[in-house]
Design a protein around this ligand. Structure first.
Ligand code: URA
Length: 480
């Protein structure tokens, strides 16, 4: 029996390299066992990949296996690498093996990959950062205990979401540190038990100094520089509060839903808009459609955004309002029109005689497009391609809600519905026919009102906005 030592609990690349040579040398699964070394490979290990396998091989495996194996390899089961090797060995002889869902090895592979996927989702929803203010500025730290070996796989998400912050996530096995430019991994925090809230600070201070800042010559001096540090609870951290607020609900939703195949595979160069379209067509209710949209990768906007912001409102709402795209607050809260533009919209709807709760409110584009500017994220107008990539979701909402009238708020919404750049000011204020027997009305976007400087001008524009909305309200009432 050969025993192969891998470079760590999450060393899928090491396993793959060994497995390939072993398969080519015709070593049967009974003769080999994979073990993982405990502990971390070094203080500072960059989040890059291990060396690629040497030379060409003729052994090909289905891409689906590689995807499943890469995820299952992070399972805490000590036999996982042996299982993967056994499946690999069998795949050579039974090319259809992956299709046999009832095969015990394949069933286990799927179960493990699924458990790891859920664990990653859970970590994304449950990590709670606390802020510490140091002489170097504000930093964030979190303690988390994942079920599986997912730290390397799960933390790039936080780097995308909190690009402009400096943060550390400590776990018993591995720890991740984002310094604003680079994601670094180190050993786990050596504590038998999870620290209590007020112990986290001390743990982080010693951990950060000893692990993630080895270049710092005098850790003690560094600590002495921090007499004014203080801790906030996460709700006071502007960017993270809504994440916390919705964490429980989101996690339940994530756990409840079966993982769906992403519309773009990892490593694929171009996302696949057709996949979004097929999934939108397949969904038969709004919740299902929303779940599908949460996984959308049809354009690149998903990556820096916090989450898909889907529409909301009653299924049979008589009025469906379309905005442009979620803003900063909507991106964090996961709900459309909850920020300043949303406040104006609510007021104008009420003044037009419609309770917002009776309307379905959505956006042409379901991810926040922004440009980072220091700690702020500045709104950027979505492109025609991005509006088009999102069209299947909007079409799905329109079909399922079947409103009596569609109100397009601003140029991007008009573009999404009419397929051309519309002059809002010329087209506003009248109900017209839309393809498919629908009816529509164009008006200004509420954020246009926010941009107006003079009180009189703003007041007048608001009255015109309400007038347009009243037209829509009257139209739908006549259709009832
Ligand atoms: N602006 C929009 O167009 N949509 C929102 O959800 C918020 C602001």
């Amino acid at each position: 029996m050969r025993s192969i030592l891998l470079g760590g609990e999450a060393d899928f690349t090491g396993w793959r390299d060994h497995a390939r040579s072993l398969i080519l040398a015709d070593v049967p699964p009974e003769d080999v066992s994979f073990v993982t070394q405990d502990g971390a490979p070094g203080l500072f290990e960059e989040a890059s990949h291990h060396a690629q396998p040497q030379g060409e091989t003729e052994f090909r495996v289905p891409r689906r296996f590689v995807e499943l194996a890469e995820q299952a390899a992070l399972h805490r089961d000590a036999d996982r690498f042996d299982l993967l090797y056994r499946i690999l060995w069998r795949l050579r002889r039974e090319p259809e093996l992956l299709e046999l869902a009832s095969d015990p090895d394949i069933a286990r592979l799927h179960a493990m990959a699924k458990a790891v996927g859920r664990d990653i989702h859970k970590m994304h929803a449950f990590v709670r950062f606390r802020a510490v203010v140091t002489a170097e500025g504000e930093q964030f730290v979190a303690w988390y205990e994942p079920d599986h070996h997912i730290v390397e796989a799960a933390t790039p998400f936080f780097a995308r979401r909190f690009t402009n912050l400096v943060w550390t996530i400590l776990t018993p096995e591995r720890s991740a540190h984002w310094n604003g430019a680079e994601l670094l991994f180190g050993p786990g925090a050596t504590r038998a038990e999870a620290p209590k809230e007020d112990e986290l600070e001390a743990l982080w201070l010693s951990y950060y100094a000893s692990i993630f800042n080895p270049a710092r010559p005098k850790p003690q001096a560094m600590r002495a520089e921090m007499p004014t540090r203080f801790w906030h609870n996460l709700p006071e951290a502007r960017l993270i509060a809504p994440l916390l607020a919705g964490a429980e609900e989101r996690t339940q939703e994530m756990i409840a839903r079966a993982p769906t195949k992403p519309a773009v595979r990892r490593g694929a160069k171009h996302p696949d808009p057709a996949a979004a379209e097929q999934r939108a067509e397949a969904a038969d209710d709004l919740l299902q459609l929303k779940r599908e949209a949460l996984e959308c990768r049809a354009c690149p906007l998903w990556a820096p955004a916090t989450q898909t912001v889907f529409g909301e409102g009653p299924k049979n709402a008589p009025i469906l309002l379309i905005g442009e795209q979620p803003g900063d607050q909507e991106d964090l809260a996961g709900r459309p029109f909850v920020g300043p533009a949303g406040k104006i919209l609510d007021r104008a709807l009420a003044d037009a005689g419609l309770d917002r709760a009776r309307a379905y409110v959505t956006n042409a584009v379901k991810h926040f497009k922004f440009e980072p500017r220091g700690k702020r994220r500045l709104h950027k107008k979505p492109s025609v391609g991005e509006i088009r990539a999102c069209a299947p979701w909007l079409e799905g909402e329109l079909t399922l809600v079947a409103p009596k009238i569609v109100v397009m708020l601003g140029a991007s919404a008009a573009q999404a519905m009419l397929g051309r750049s519309a002059s809002v000011m010329k087209q506003r204020g009248r109900v017209f026919d839309l393809p498919g027997g629908r009816h529509g009305l164009v008006t200004v976007h509420p954020s246009y009102l926010l941009r107006l400087q003079g009180d009189d001008e703003r007041h007048e524009a608001y009255q015109d906005f309400v007038k347009d909305l009243k037209l829509a309200v009257r139209f739908q009432a006549k259709q009832a």
